[in-house]
Ligand binder design. Sequence first.
Ligand code: NAD
Ligand code: GLY
Length: 367
Amino acid sequence: MSSREECVSIDLEGRSYNIVVGAGSLHAATTFEGLPSAHAALIVSNTTIAPLYAATLRSAIKSRFPVVHEVLLPDGEAYKNWETLQLIFDALLSNACDRKTVLFALGGGVVGDMTGFAAASYMRGVPFVQVPTTLLAQVDSSVGGKTAINHPQGKNMIGAFYQPRLVVCDLATLDSLPLRELSAGLAEVIKYGPIADVDFLDWLESSIEDLLARDRTALAHAVRRSCEIKAWVVSQDEKETGLRAILNFGHTFGHAIEAGMGYGVWLHGEGVAAGMVLAAGLSRRLGLVDAAFVERLTALIARAGLPTKGPVLDAADNAGRYLELMRIDKKSEGGEIRFVLIDGPGKAVVRAAPDALVREVIDACCG
Ligand code: NAD
Ligand code: GLY
């Protein structure tokens, strides 16, 4: 590890692993030193990212894996489905990959979630490594072992908990990320403040322009602190029996937006951004936070270049359509929607809310 790199550990007993955060980590063979040895590796990437970074990754891992295969998926949330997952299995089988083969997910959350799910199920489980190349994937999706594909009726509905062996966040890869995608990643960074760390929220308020300008020092702090908070939560509740649900702040509304608009129309982070404003508004209506906190959060989200209002999903009964979509949520119990709400700055709770209040906040914050 070079002196500019930092390492966050995620403590899961026999399945613990490191998250390396640095600039240029992808170039160094030493980054991958602790991985199990195997005859073959499979790099899973997409048609946008592979031309930028696959050769660098291949070169860094070639001394550990005599054979490095590659499979390229179509790019986009709309392809996070069974047909695309099958391309990974096709590549594994047509190259006669055995159960020691190590999969490398090189890309954003879509590639990471699908590669993880393929690794969880190929021959009942093979090792995999996350090499996240979006800010969103570096601060959230590559860490914690949630893997999934979408179903037309619901986001991430088919998947598994399956931990990677290593996460490599090379900040240099963020240089090529489109600005809209950088902003989308900031939604997941901002999320950690209201749910767990008010000091981090303060820091974000003073650093948001630096982050948008891709200042390496600011990005390093944002990625490291986000990973620390996520690692702390996941270490306590890997399979989301309780605490881990707080990481879904903004996601209940956000997933409804993504599914309701059609996957890929709104970016995941954009849905989460508007969803956080809606969830904060609902928290205020339930008397958990004051209006000043909602305004503070909304202002930060706007400064990050993110939407602060949800879209209209149904002109005839918009709130009804949101409610219908939100009932198909992994946190729902017996058809009752459970929201992640802010119970005072820096603290989250998960609970149900009366439909009338949910309708009120949707009517006020969408359109
Ligand atoms: P994404 O994977 O679609 O990547 C965004 C876009 O940026 C894509 O077009 C991609 O090809 C491109 N791209 C990626 N890296 C690039 C780079 N360095 N330079 C240029 N272009 C680059 O989207 P995302 O925001 O990374 O991930 C969203 C997905 O993550 C959603 O499916 C969401 O459900 C999932 N997610 C999962 C978890 C989890 O815990 N598993 C958490 C949050 C989000
Ligand atoms: N992104 C939410 C979680 O990992 O639990």
